[in-house]
Design a protein around this ligand. Sequence first.
Ligand code: TXA
Ligand code: MG
Length: 325
Amino acid sequence: MRTAQIVLPDADGLDAAVALLKADQVCAFPTETVYGLGANALSETAISEVYRLKGRPSWNPLIVHVADADMARTLAATWPDTAAELARRFWPGPLTLVVDRADHVPGFVSAGSPTVAIRVPAHPVALALLEASGLPLAAPSANRSEGLSPTSADHVVRSLPDVPMVLDGGRCQFGLESTVVDVSHGTPRLLRPGALSVADIRAAVGDIDVPEESTPAPGPVLSPGMGKRHYAPRARVVLVPTLDTAALRHLGPQLGILTHLPVNDTINQDTRVELLPADPSGYGTELYAALHRLDESGVHTIAVLTPPDDEDWLAVRDRLGRAVA
Ligand code: TXA
Ligand code: MG
């Protein structure tokens, strides 16, 4: 049953959201990347509600959102120079920093890890909520675990009909999650490619370790949320090298196509085609919304034209790879 209320982020809406958060309940809110399911990061009751609503496995830690870098530092045991530099350059913005967790920050927000992931979001509604509540807000993407991330208030309600409230901030600017970088020791290490490009990070701090793309490999998982199947629509997703009519026919009826290049007109009239921008950031912004639309249309299979191979497309390839798995 649907109980979610979509609320405008005016003064009354923000007051209502703050009241929920202070009462150890949850509230979904917009960020510049995707919508988050927010909860007081210091309350075990609130955090358990996030895990329950999402059906999220207890080993997968949450990102803590804060109003500014000063507040971020209070949650960290140490604040390395690279953290300071990246925060100065890219906050508020779509970058999450993993640092050693301060003793007073409870382990339940990080699934017991000695580290904590922190970011300052750039969306005005997210910042207003952080300021008005005065709380650090843990916020995973506001979707059922493993499902598609939400880039509109409607997507949240469809994925989490039981969430008490969604602040409606319209469509998300980036549409892909933040880039997660471990700066806890030594050379920064990319844990999840995302809305901020690796090239921008490299330009700021010189060097960054970027793991092989063939991940996830067996063995210890560095960013626990990077499970193989993730960011997935209900339909089967298949990556194809070309949109060749004969090859597509093998994928069966009720086919949808997601492409960054125009399709030729011999493609079956019943096939639903989502043509996305041919640049990685434009494509990233539209990706989840297009997958949501294809899912809603009831297609059984989504054929995705394999995106280009360069580093700029890393985050897009990562999400598509996990939607396929
Ligand atoms: O853009 C975003 O990051 C969105 C918005 C709402 O801010 N949030 C988001 O959260 O994508 P979530 O929970 O869906 O993804 C968080 C990712 C997961 O892959 C998780 O494993 C990783 O960050 N993570 C969180 N804490 C970590 C930690 N202490 N060490 C390593 N990875 C961590
Ligand atoms: Mg997520």
